[in-house]
Every structure is written in structure tokens, then in C-alpha cells.
Design a protein around this ligand. Structure first.
Ligand code: 4NP
Length: 156
């Protein structure tokens, strides 16, 4: 059965697209893409329809990771369609839990809960002047997505 993973941040142009792209890349490498429905969304809709921030795109390109999705705002149906919803920081988690419908079976996690290095919060790099925060976000997403998928593999 297909599993669903939704990556959520505030604007859906910096952190969650990086997380989504990394997750898609890893499941492709592992040959399990068919098992997953994957997307990302923002708690806010200010950037709906936009490509990710140029620094996010450059960071992914530096790591040879393709990404072509555009931003969208999270919708009530998302809480029913996805098994795992990952926030990047505690504000994201508060927003997700606030809007969680009672009939949702989605499990809500900080993506960083899975980081083997224990860095739970993926800080918002949007207001940074440079792109170092985006590379750090990429590394955190890579570690956490890898460990999350490893944890599921151990369950079976
Ligand atoms: P993100 O970063 O949540 O990682 O996509 C942000 C992007 C835009 C804004 C805030 C955070 N904004 O306020 O427009």
C-alpha cells in the first residue's frame, strides 16, 4: 500500500521543498518511489505557485537533485491523505496540530526528530543574506530523511 509523506514549513519555498526533493531523491535511489506519495506545502499561502527560493534551487542543483514543484498552501484534505506530516520547527508543529481535524490519522513529527545528530530544529534560512543556511538545511534533511526511511525499513 502507498504511504504518504508531506513536508511542511511556513512558506513552502525554502525548507520543505528541500526536504521533499531530498526524500524523493532517496526513495528513487532505493527503488521504492512507487511506494510513496510525496509532496510539500506551506502553512501560509503567500508564495503559492512560486518556484523555491533561488538559494534553495541552487543548493539542490549543487547536489545534483532535480526539483520542479511549485509552492502551495496546506489544505484540510492533506491531513486525511498523508500518513506522515513533517514540520521543520516548533511553530510549524503548533500550526499543524492546531489545524489537525479529529478524524486525521496523520502522524505529525519534527523532521529533525529523526536526525541521528540530534538537531531537531531546521531553522528558517529565508531572511539570511547568504546561502549557508540552505546548505545546512539540506544536510539536516538528508540525515533525517535517510534515518526516517531506515526506521521504517526496520519495522517490517
Ligand atoms: P520557508 O521559509 O518556510 O522555509 O519556506 C519562508 C519563506 C517565506 C516566508 C517565511 C519563511 N515569508 O514570510 O514570506
Amino acid at each position: 500500500m502507498t504511504k504518504g509523506a508531506l513536508f511542511v514549513c511556513l512558506g513552502n519555498i525554502c525548507r520543505s521543498p528541500i526536504a521533499e526533493a531530498v526524500f524523493l531523491h532517496i526513495i528513487k535511489e532505493r527503488g521504492v518511489s512507487e511506494e510513496w506519495k510525496v509532496d510539500s506545502a506551506g502553512l501560509g499561502g503567500w508564495h503559492s505557485g512560486n518556484m523555491p527560493d533561488p538559494r534553495a534551487r541552487a543548493t539542490l542543483a549543487n547536489h545534483d537533485i532535480q526539483y520542479s514543484n511549485t509552492a502551495r498552501q496546506i489544505e484540510p484534505e492533506d491531513y486525511l491523505e498523508y500518513d506522515y506530516i513533517f514540520g521543520m520547527d516548533n511553530n510549524n508543529i503548533s500550526g499543524l496540530k492546531r489545524d489537525l481535524p479529529p478524524n486525521s490519522k496523520a502522524k505529525i513529527f519534527l523532521l529533525g526528530d529523526f536526525d541521528p545528530q540530534g538537531e531537531k530544529i531546521i531553522r528558517d534560512p529565508y531572511y539570511d543574506t547568504g546561502s549557508e543556511g540552505f546548505e545546512k538545511c539540506y544536510q539536516q534533511c538528508l540525515r533525517s530523511c535517510t534515518a526516517f526511511l531506515d526506521s521504517l525499513a526496520k519495522e517490517v
